[in-house]
Design a protein around this ligand. Structure first.
Ligand code: GDP
Ligand code: IMO
Ligand code: MG
Length: 423
């Protein structure tokens, strides 16, 4: 028995979907613990490509349970769309479970997300516009609606009316847009709620019972460590805790039930949205990584910003998540480079800083100090054992292991399920 967390070690899009899908083969339940449809997880099985936003990547194994924990925020319209998309491709939803305590993204959350980004202008966060931040804001402000509230029309109407008392003031007086009515929202959501109703259960109970029965649970992270509201590049973060600590609050499982934490780490770095990025490359190497790595967002289609591997970030991720191992993805993307750089510390004014600072925009810029390694030219995607990798690729992997003091146990050498080396 080993329950594992798969968490993003950087700014998201590290390849969590692929790693979860690969490792889920040995699990009984696959669980999302936070975030919402801001996530976009790509899983490639044979000729088929799946892009999942809310539903755990484990859904592609019909016999395994897929669970959305209470820490997830759910847009009923997006959820049903995703479910129907999977059904149309003959993916079974018989083993899907949704937490009754998960908060619901309401139409006004999406409106506020987009209106607020527009209002901020140049200082915008670059959110996905899915209503994630405003939904978590309402959860913390104790005026949110949960899945269970939607199951009873009277309760739904009562809670929504209270929520709208507040939100309509903002819509009208702050943003100057038309208010919403209880009826129009209930009408819009009713057919979606009916489709979701059979899946809504007490998932904390379900998970703890499974654990007592020695079933194996995989927790699939969304976003990444640097997007964490507490440990990320605040305020350019998401509004939840995608780090390992979020698993307990986001699923109702105690910390003693968890055995391993796998940090999914891209062999270089990408970021979508605004915010500081010390190793960002605005040159031909950046373009090479972008094109070779097909770095376009799954959720918004935005081009991802690219840069070199950043060690202070990884050491921070190892620490705040308690990583027990690294899954290093997209190593194949680096093939063809003459040299590869690793940022080992930052120059900040007169200081050399080798730990990730709480604020990357504090005074002087944090300039990367690089260690340069030799690249390799060979296509590594046919390799299926560590020994087959070119010498310089192995040196790069071993350098990351040495600098982070964490073993790299899985290496991604292509997007497909079997394109990986397990050590
Ligand atoms: P996630 O959000 O962490 O699940 O990652 P995304 O799916 O948003 O982005 C990762 C992208 O890289 C997807 O298009 C994957 O198919 C792809 N991918 C994952 N692992 C590898 C790998 O080892 N090599 C290559 N070339 N692509 C990979
Ligand atoms: P996956 O699970 C990459 C980013 C957005 C923005 C910031 C806040 O696919 O790795 P939000 O809509 O959450 O309020 O946006 O967070 N962001 C992601 N970036 N991958 C993700 O998820 C992301 N989810 C949110 O681009 O910068
Ligand atoms: Mg993604």
């Amino acid at each position: 028995m080993a329950n594992k967390i798969v968490v993003g070690a950087q700014w998201g899009d590290e390849g969590k979907g692929k790693i979860t899908d690969m490792l889920a083969e040995t699990a009984d339940l696959i669980v999302r613990f936070g975030g919402g449809n801001n996530a976009g997880h790509t899983v490639i099985v044979g000729e088929e490509k799946f892009e999942l936003h809310l539903i755990p990547s484990g859904i592609l194994y019909p016999e395994k349970k897929s669970v959305l924990g209470g820490g997830v925020v759910i847009d009923p319209v997006a959820m049903v769309e995703e479910m129907e998309g999977l059904l149309a491709r003959d993916v079974s939803l018989d083993n899907l479970y949704i937490a009754e305590t998960a908060h619901v993204i309401m139409p006004y959350h999406q409106m506020f997300d987009q209106l607020e980004e527009k209002r901020k202008g140049d200082s915008k966060i670059g959110t996905t516009g899915k209503g994630i931040g405003p939904c978590y804001t309402d959860k913390a402000a104790r005026r949110g609606l949960r899945m269970v509230d939607l199951l009873d029309e009277k309760r739904f109407a009562r809670k929504l009316e209270k929520a709208l008392d507040y939100h309509n003031l903002l819509l009208e007086k702050v943003y100057g847009v038309a208010p919403l009515t209880v009826n129009e929202i209930m009408e819009e959501y009713r057919p979606f709620i009916e489709k979701l109703r059979p899946y809504i259960v007490n998932t904390s109970l379900l998970l703890n019972k499974a654990h007592q029965n020695n079933e194996k649970i995989f927790f699939e992270g969304a976003q990444g460590t640097l997007l964490d509201i507490d440990y990320g590049t605040y305020p350019f973060v998401t509004s939840s805790n995608p780090t390992a600590g979020g698993v307990c609050t986001g699923t109702g499982m105690g910390p003693t039930t968890i055995d391993d934490v796998i940090g999914v780490t891209k062999a270089y770095l990408t970021r979508v949205g605004e915010g500081p990025f010390p190793t960002e490359l605005n040159d031909e190497v950046g373009t090479f990584l972008q094109e070779n790595g097909q770095e376009f967002g799954v959720t918004t289609g935005r081009a991802r910003r690219c840069g070199w591997f950043d060690l202070p970030i990884l050491k921070h991720a190892v620490r705040v998540n308690g990583l027990t191992e690294i899954a290093l993805t997209k190593l194949d993307v680096l093939s063809g480079l003459d040299e590869i750089k690793i940022c080992v510390a930052y120059q900040h004014g007169n200081d050399e800083i080798d730990e990730f600072p709480p604020d990357l925009e504090n005074g002087e810029p944090y300039k990367p100090i690089y260690e340069t390694l030799a690249g390799w030219q060979e296509d590594i995607s046919p390799c299926r054992s560590y020994a087959e990798l070119p010498k310089n690729a192995k040196l790069y992997v071993e350098k990351i292991e040495e600098l982070t003091s964490t073993p790299v146990k899985t290496i991604g050498i292509g997007p497909a399920r079997d394109e990986a080396i397990i050590r």
